[in-house]
Design a protein around this ligand. Structure first.
Ligand code: TMP
Ligand code: MG
Length: 215
């Protein structure tokens, strides 16, 4: 079935370092879209509910250890295993608002600075996955994210590591990214995100083809 207004749904991606407000904005955006008659769902990566996702969850909570390349491949596989459903949802007219994707995958693994796990290798495992129609990057200095609730206890929630992650996002950054200053109010950010998303929804509804990483 096609969406109520015909055409495919949009893939809206939020990226940024830990604690920059992505999850809050994702929830607000899905509600905002739904209340404007745009059928939208909230997805997140890692999706910790699958068998692969449970392995990732154990790793992030430091219950298990894993080779750095191996866990990178699991994060990537966790996206590939959801690809078919993603494509079906988008084709049926549903807009997907997604909290993290392959950009997190590359920014975080490359931050480990392990031989062989450079940006290009990290990107390669996601090549061919559906590309976002709009990427909203919430930009915030690591010092500012620390002033918020503070990090939780997960594996990557360390100041120095997050600094490397932010540097990698800068290296991945493209002109098409919509970069928003994450220190603005929740309401201001939401207003901008909604405008960006409604633009992408309209483009996709009227025939914009879905791209693939890493275009
Ligand atoms: P979350 O806090 O958004 O649930 O993400 C969990 C952590 O996993 C976060 O520190 C970012 C990291 N991550 C990766 O290292 N690789 C990936 O591919 C993804 C999606 C997240
Ligand atoms: Mg987290």
């Amino acid at each position: 079935s096609q969406g109520a207004m015909g055409g495919r749904g949009a893939f809206i991606l939020f990226e940024g370092a830990d604690r920059c407000g992505k999850s809050t904005q994702c929830k607000l955006l899905v509600d905002g879209l739904n209340s404007r008659g745009v059928e939208a769902e909230l997805w997140r990566y890692p999706d910790r509910t699958t068998a692969i996702g449970k392995m990732i969850d154990g790793y992030l909570q430091s219950q298990t250890d894993m080779d750095d390349a191996c866990v990178h491949l699991l994060f990537s596989a966790n996206r590939w295993e959801k690809r078919k459903l993603m494509l079906e949802k988008l084709a049926s007219g549903v807009t997907l608002v997604i909290d993290r994707y392959g950009h997190s995958g590359t920014a975080f693994t490359a931050a480990k600075k392990q031989p062989g796990l450079d940006l290009e290798w990290c990107k390669s495992t996601d090549a061919g996955l559906p590309a976002p129609d709009a990427l909203i990057y919430l930009e915030m200095p690591v010092e500012e994210t620390l002033k918020r609730d503070g990090f939780g206890g997960e594996r990557y929630e360390k100041t120095e590591f997050q600094r490397e992650v932010v540097k990698n996002y800068e290296l991945l950054r493209r002109d098409a990214w919509k970069c928003l200053d994450a220190s603005r109010t929740i309401e201001d950010l939401h207003a901008d995100a909604l405008k960006i998303a409604m633009g992408a929804v309209e483009e996709c509804r009227t025939g914009k083809p879905l791209g693939t990483l890493w275009e």
